[in-house]
Ligand binder design. Sequence first.
Ligand code: NAD
Ligand code: UDP
Length: 320
Amino acid sequence: MIHRILVTGGAGFLGSYLCERLVNEGHDVICLDNFFTSQKSNVAHLLARPNFELIRHDITLPIFLEVDQIYNMACPAAPGHYQHNPIKTMKTSVIGAINMLGVAKRCGARILQASTSEVYGDPEVHPQTEDYRGSVNPIGIRACYDEGKRAAETLFMDYHRSNKVDVRIVRIFNTYGPRMHPYDGRVVSNFIRQALNGEDITIFGEGSQTRSFCYRDDLVDVIIAMMNNDDDFIGPVNIGNPDEFTIRELAENVMALCGSKSKLVQRPLPSDDPTRRRPDISLAKEKLGWQPKVPLAEGLKHTIDWFQSIQLSDYRPPTP
Ligand code: NAD
Ligand code: UDP
């Protein structure tokens, strides 16, 4: 069945690949973005397609559109990006969610929220299951993102209970791949850029903190599956790759794949940086029959190839 689909944040790293997949499936796709952390080049290859439309718009402002499905992906996701203007980050999560839930309510559309593993903060439970309520510092530098996303989940559940809006919530764990912003400051983009340019690889803290890295294609598969699951299963559901690595191990992997002679150097650990993170994906396996297929080394190879194909000078840092 062909749908009219709105993708907010559709020009971003995940959103642009999601738009590409949905356009190729034949849906009518509206991509909405304010280009805060992305650029038009991410979706330029889609502009000539008859079933793709691009709108520059900020989701903190209302908009009137007629659609059947909404993927709410708009929000800066890298710590450097979301801390650049923390008040705007919170507004994007909270006011943006209210505006998009309003569109869903008016049109009777199903709406999926791109939530995050950050709702668990610096977790005391490992691996993280969906029923764990998290350990977030509400006044720390990451709170604008973590608490914004937690409030958005609350809004989604309240619109569902009070107004019967058809919602889906996915909690995304660290995801990487082609079209990551090369200067977003996230660990995968930093390490690949540094390794390819022979610059020092910056390990924050001891590098013993862990993350579990999911390749973009695996993640977009399950986001689409969650949107189209017609059972009563609305989430929240963890999605990510449970293979867990220390940051030092990630650096060694990236250096080996790039054939790099860069040096590893230590930098101070940012405050509230989570010590370890790994999704328990039993629920996604049971309810959606999904599990990731792409191992880290293979996903990193595709990502490194993409970094080698771009001109770094085409990318600008985010603007307010
Ligand atoms: P990204 O920064 O590449 O994409 C976000 C997009 O949203 C960008 O195109 C940006 O310009 C746009 N945007 C930001 N604020 C906006 C606003 N007010 N109005 C309209 N557009 C706005 O990040 P991403 O990694 O593609 O993340 C996409 C979504 O997935 C985000 O909601 C993020 O929180 C969530 N997520 C991502 C990860 C990950 O590891 N990539 C992990 C957890 C959650
Ligand atoms: N990190 C690092 N060097 C970098 C960038 C990040 O050691 O150049 C660390 C960071 O402190 C964190 C981990 O890598 O422990 C993942 O950071 P990222 O910003 O990618 O994601 P998040 O902290 O939001 O999971």
